[in-house]
Design a protein around this ligand. Structure first.
Ligand SMILES: [Zn+2]
Ligand SMILES: [Zn+2]
Ligand SMILES: [Zn+2]
Ligand SMILES: [Zn+2]
Length: 179
């Protein structure tokens, strides 16, 4: 009996103190939302924005950094050009020049040579493809069960069966059960 009374009292006093705290927290949340709203208004609706106008076109930017970026990309201002020393190619990014030299002038290319012929490839994937198609390496063979014919793909084997053995290959398996 004594215990029940005690907990009831605690519950009441707890409820009494929590209530005002909750309301103040709600107020804080509203203030926070209002502040975020102001920021949103500035960025989305251009309120209090200092504009930086481009002197070469009618473009306007909200920050000097953006304007510099615009000038660089649209008017090629302050661009450090990376020119190819082997042709007239130039680009704004050093990595692009590297890729250009690699693909057009074969510079810095690590060659992958075929050990079965004199063929060379720029990537291991290309070499594997070459080996598969020219030297039948790593080919999974699909053998015909009606003759000695072998194909490199299931599609080819189906084609072969259709044309040579008049078999219409259907992918569904028929399961006949006799009772
Ligand atoms: Zn401009
Ligand atoms: Zn070049
Ligand atoms: Zn080869
Ligand atoms: Zn066959």
């Amino acid at each position: 009996m004594y215990d029940i009374n005690n907990t009831q009292q605690l519950g009441e006093s707890k409820g009494g103190t929590i209530l005002p705290k909750q309301t103040s927290r709600v107020k804080l949340a509203i203030v926070g939302r209002k502040k975020r709203n102001d920021k949103h208004k500035r960025s989305k609706h251009d309120i209090n924005v200092v504009w930086h106008s481009c002197n070469l076109c009618s473009h306007k930017c909200k920050s000097k950094g953006d304007l510099n970026k615009h000038k660089r990309s649209k008017h090629d201002i302050d661009v450090v050009w990376h020119s190819c020393d082997l042709c007239s190619y130039k680009c704004k990014k050093k990595s692009n020049l590297k890729a250009h030299k690699q693909s057009i002038h074969d510079i810095n290319v690590v060659w992958h040579s075929c050990n079965l012929c004199s063929h060379k490839c720029k990537s291991k994937g290309d070499l594997n493809k070459h080996k598969r198609s020219k030297h039948d390496i790593n080919v999974v063979w699909h053998s015909c069960d009606l003759c000695s014919h072998k194909c490199k793909s299931k599609g080819d084997l189906n084609k072969h069966k259709r044309s040579k053995h008049d078999i219409n290959v259907v992918n569904t398996v028929f399961d006949f059960t006799f009772e």
